[in-house]
Design a protein around this ligand. Sequence first.
Ligand code: CA
Length: 343
Amino acid sequence: MWKISWLLLSLVSALLGTASAASARAVRNASPPVRIILDTDMTEDVDDVGALAMLHALADRGEAEILAVMHSTGYPYTVGAIDAINTYYGRPDLPIGAYKGDVKKDAGGNYARAIGEKFPSNVKTNADVPDATTLYRRILASQPDKSVTIVTVGFLVNLENLLRSKPDRYSKRDGAALVAQKVKHLVVMGGAFPKGREFNLVEAGPAAAYSLSNWPTPIVFSGFEIGARVFTGALLEKNDPKSPVREAYRLYFGGAFKGRESWDQTAVLYAVRGLHNYWTAETEGYMHVFPDGSNEWRKAPDRDHAYLKESMPPASVAAIIQDLMTLPPMKGKRSRRGPSRAG
Ligand SMILES: [Ca+2]
């Protein structure tokens, strides 16, 4: 079907001349990949693993360019799991930054350390990676203006530190000015709408309140209620046992595979594809965050904040996410095959 469409399109282009050739090019060149930094607390819960897996699948398909992955708890072994997953997807050198403070430093969960130790990776602990604030500044400074999407699916500690950061060798702007210059928008898995107390915000309340009140670009929230109805992960059982994604889910459930909520994946899906036909958005008003991290949507004043509202049935969104989570790596395969073919 696709090939036939292209034949027709080419034929029409040839017949109608340059104007049509231009529109054919426009169709062929899909939107440029979304430049993304993922900020994750891949430690206590496992939907972060699903979110990173699907982000790699979207990058494999040319929809996203992953600039870096940041970790937002003080637990020092999670960066090993992140690097193991990046390596599995053929991106062993993807920059990783770590929050090196005390928030959640003893909350290890039951899979992250094992994944980092069991699977190939050259990062094992926080000692092997730069501080997230430094890495954010380095990456942002190197990108075109207003081009970067940051998607956070954990605590907002790194974002607070970034906003408060001072000029350095990467940029003479302070953190807030650097974000305003380089970031297109922020996507947050966090909060509950129209109001509530949600884990990512209340577990590090002051960081959430500071960063969301002072963030200088548009913000879109995927609230608790969105991912809570999207169940994914059970089909990972059929994946390659060498997949650290599969193993993380297996360990998380103590050896079983179950469908479960997909909070973090919904934020990544929105960050890459936008509303699509998956969701609509409430845009009138703003997100108010209290110092304890609880939140409510207020109708006024109208700021550049929005939150997702369900449109497509959750089971259909789940099917899309689960497909992406379970696709085998493309990049890794290509690079593994390359040398053997040449040789
Ligand atoms: Ca998370």
